[in-house]
Design a protein around this ligand. Structure first.
Ligand code: UDP
Length: 471
């Protein structure tokens, strides 16, 4: 993609939700829209601020949210609380900043055409209404997981939620092949608050004037068409953003990373045979118990395949407290004889694109799922909460490009899964690999001239240009 240097006098204001999995797609989208001639202002919270130095062509405007990484508020363990808080604390600073951005733009003979904000920043709908500024919602997750969000009231009515242990394996007949255990819930003592947040997300998205999806038609045509009927507003499935955006001059996969990506793993991967390494990462928020950590570690070691494992700070929790160091048994690493490589944070897109990587053991965050598809890497799915559970079921049972742990993770099963996917003598594994390569090609085609995402992007640009400047 060539960056068009000529600006068109139209400025867009973008507001990402301050979590890694939300910042990445929003900044990729910013790059895409910049390449189409729009000027870009990113209003962002000081909590988990992106690094403006990585995007010299955008204007960054921080707003104070009062959340510090040291406070309890910022704990990823209380994601629900954090999202509620952000939607309260950001209202006034965001409104003030938006007023300033609109007025500065006028002074510069530009006009702000619209606000593009994360779907979970639902408070922005009310603010943009007061400015009579159109708001487009960015849904950073998939359409398939949005369907159960929309159906939550019905699922509660029909007794699927709250989930009963006796029903876990039952199919939700309204949205097959999802099982009850796949419903996008989180572990919270305050489920009512969670339901309310989902309703805010859905209603806020419905009230917007359009939705941008980081997805593509060939991947999610059926949930997209269901949602189109429900929402009756224009949809722009223009994903996968990162593939389009990474070919632009100014972006690299590390630009929007909140943590420093350890590049040393790439030279470690260089020393391995094609399709031999299992890459293990559970994203930026998920946490595991020390017991689960051990099952994973022993499973990886016993598979005898090389593995690259991202063990993020705070990822392992023991007795309710974060383990400062990964709780490996004594001598574990030495006994691997170099077969394991551990990093605190990886350049994930580069890793997945590396020919040595043969499978991705993932929590099925939407970005990770798309990134894996785009590189044709089969997945081992171990979802934790919310949309990850739906994504995992789609990976294993709809697209059939991976396998999923159906119960507790046990080391013997880990070994079986890794060998099934990585060693070429397994029929199911080979079919999975063929299907994911097919989907990779479909993703590529969607971005080519005439492809669905390419065409929707043109439609999005025209849609934005149709917003009249306010006098
Ligand atoms: N990521 C990364 N390095 C890592 C692990 C993850 O850069 O070691 C990136 C990954 O490429 C993805 C994002 O972090 O873009 C995680 O988003 P996802 O939706 O997969 O999961 P979340 O973190 O929101 O649970």
């Amino acid at each position: 993609m060539r960056m068009e240097k000529q600006r068109n006098g139209v400025r867009l204001v973008l507001l990402p939700l301050p979590f890694q999995g939300h910042i990445n797609p929003m900044l990729h989208l910013a790059n895409i829209l910049y390449s189409k001639g729009f000027s870009i202002t990113i209003i962002h919270t000081t909590f988990n601020s992106p690094n403006p130095l990585n995007y010299p062509h955008f204007t960054f405007c921080p707003i104070q949210d009062g959340i510090t990484t040291q406070s309890d508020d910022s704990s990823s363990l209380n994601l629900l609380h954090l999202i509620i808080l952000l939607n309260i604390r950001c209202v006034t600073p965001f409104r003030d900043m938006l007023a300033k951005v609109i007025s500065d733009a006028r002074d510069n003979k530009e006009h702000v055409a619209c606000l593009i904000s994360d779907g979970l920043f639902y408070f922005t709908q009310g603010v943009s209404n007061t400015f009579e500024l159109p708001r487009i919602a960015l849904r950073e997750g998939g359409a398939s997981s949005f369907v159960p969000f929309v159906l939550f009231p019905l699922l509660i009515d029909r007794g699927y939620i709250p989930i009963q242990d006796s029903q876990l394996e039952e199919t939700v007949t309204e949205i097959p092949p999802l099982k009850v255990k796949d419903l996008p819930l989180i572990d919270t003592k305050e489920p009512e608050k969670y339901y309310k947040e989902l309703s805010n997300l859905v209603e806020g998205t419905k009230a917007s004037c359009g939705v941008i999806w980081n997805s593509f038609e060939d991947l999610e045509s059926s949930p997209l068409s269901y949602l189109r009927q429900e929402f009756q507003i224009p949809f722009f499935p223009i994903g996968p953003f990162h593939k389009y955006s990474s070919s632009s001059l100014s972006s690299s996969s590390s630009s929007s990373s909140l943590l420093t990506q350890d590049q040393s793993c790439i030279s470690w991967l260089d020393r391995h045979k094609p399709n031999s390494v299992i890459y293990v990462s559970f994203g930026s928020l998920a946490a595991i118990t020390a017991a689960k950590f051990l099952e994973i570690a022993w499973g990886l070691a016993s598979s005898m395949h090389p593995f690259l494992w991202v063990i993020r700070k705070g990822m392992v929790i023991d007795d309710g407290k974060e383990c400062l160091d990964p709780p490996f048994p004594a001598g574990f690493i030495d006994n691997l004889e170099g077969r394991g490589y551990i990093v605190k944070w990886a350049p994930q897109q580069e890793v997945l694109a590396h020919k040595a990587v043969g499978a991705f053991w993932t929590h099925c965050g939407w970005n990770s799922t798309l990134e894996s598809i785009c590189e044709g890497v089969p997945m081992i799915c171990m979802p934790f909460f919310t949309d990850q559970k739906v994504n995992a079921r789609y990976v294993s049972s709809v697209w059939k490009i991976g396998v999923q742990f159906e119960g507790e993770v046990k080391r013997e099963e880990v070994v079986k899964m890794i060998r099934g996917l990585i060693e070429g003598n397994n029929k199911e594994g080979s079919q999975i690999r063929e299907r994911v390569l097919d989907l990779k090609e479909k993703a590529r085609v969607s971005w080519n001239h005439g492809g669905s995402s390419y065409t929707y992007l043109d439609a999005l640009v025209n849609f934005i240009l149709s917003f009249e400047p306010k006098r």
